[in-house]
Ligand binder design. Structure first.
Ligand code: AMP
Length: 279
């Protein structure tokens, strides 16, 4: 892959990368379409498919994360993807005879709260694997989804801080018709859990309505407490966190106004779902 990336770069071919963990859905494919528009018909779109072990915690769903490379390949082909890069763990994280993989990339500010607090080693895994993918593919563009809002902000910061020679584009969240954000993990939502999973979207809508109706800034603490009660009325739902923060700096705010960003993580049964929106 790196040899190919270098050859493209030398030949002046524009390259766009879409990093994913596979089990692709329409949200991923919207990123592929965005990458195609960025590089043009003569450019190359690379989709990486890799369930990265270092971004999962010990009690998370790494081993049961859904995988279906054949189906993913079919979807990529139909979307006009040029190359699927699907490395294995031994290639990405070499081991053996005192030569285990031992270098990590750590962003130290934006990754502290929210996902970083709930999943302490998560972003270290993300930044490390994304840095590796950038060095391997050497794209001019990389496209990420706003579904993982904090992740996109951290990747942008890493690119700036470490002078990666590429541009990051963040594409909007694709949702099911009823509002549920598309996610590979939605596969876990069997039976009535699928209906209960709508509480994330409903909480975002409820908060947005409150902010738009209000004539003055709303205290974040009170809004968070109301949203927790609202979410946990769904019997299988347990709030992990809800946060209101500045869309650029990710700094939590105490007063919520139009334009404030909201993000939340909710366990629906055993499945942890995340979502976010601008108020
Ligand atoms: P994942 O395979 O979950 O790691 O996601 C790969 C990329 O797709 C990330 O940049 C995600 O933010 C993005 N993505 C996932 N779900 C959606 C969605 N519903 N809409 C837009 N982008 C998404």
């Amino acid at each position: 892959m790196q040899r190919l990336g270098r050859a493209w770069q030398t030949a002046g071919v524009r390259v766009g990368l879409v990093p994913t963990m596979g089990y692709l859905h329409a949200g991923h494919l919207s990123l592929v379409q965005r990458a195609r528009r960025l590089v043009g018909r003569g450019g190359k779109v690379v989709v990486s498919i890799y369930v990265n072990p270092t971004q999962f915690g010990p009690n998370e769903d790494f081993s049961r994360y859904p995988r279906d490379l054949r189906r993913d390949a079919r979807l990529c082909r139909a979307e006009g993807v040029d190359v699927i890069f699907a490395p294995d763990d031994r290639q990405m994280y070499p081991r053996g005879e005192g030569a285990d993989f031992s270098t990590f990339v750590i962003e130290e500010a934006l990754g502290r709260g929210m996902e970083g607090q709930s999943r302490p080693t998560h972003f270290r895994g993300v930044t490390t694997v994304v840095a590796k993918l950038f060095n391997i593919v050497q794209p001019e563009w990389a496209v990420f989804g706003a579904k993982d809002y904090q992740q996109a902000a951290i990747v942008k910061r890493m690119v700036r801080d470490l002078n990666f020679p590429l541009k990051i584009v963040v594409a909007p969240i694709l949702r099911e018709a009823d509002g549920l954000a598309m996610s590979s993990r939605n596969k876990y939502l069997v039976g009535d859990l699928r209906a209960q999973a709508l509480v994330l979207w409903r909480a975002l809508e409820k908060a947005r309505a409150a902010v738009h109706k209000a004539t003055r800034p709303l205290p974040a603490g009170r809004l968070k407490a109301e949203l927790k009660r609202f979410i946990e009325r769904a019997p299988a739902a347990r709030l992990d966190y809800v946060e209101f923060f500045d869309a650029e700096t990710l700094a939590p705010v105490s007063r919520v106004v139009r334009g404030t960003q909201m993000a939340l993580a909710v366990f629906v049964g055993k499945t942890r779902l995340i979502d976010n929106a601008r108020m």
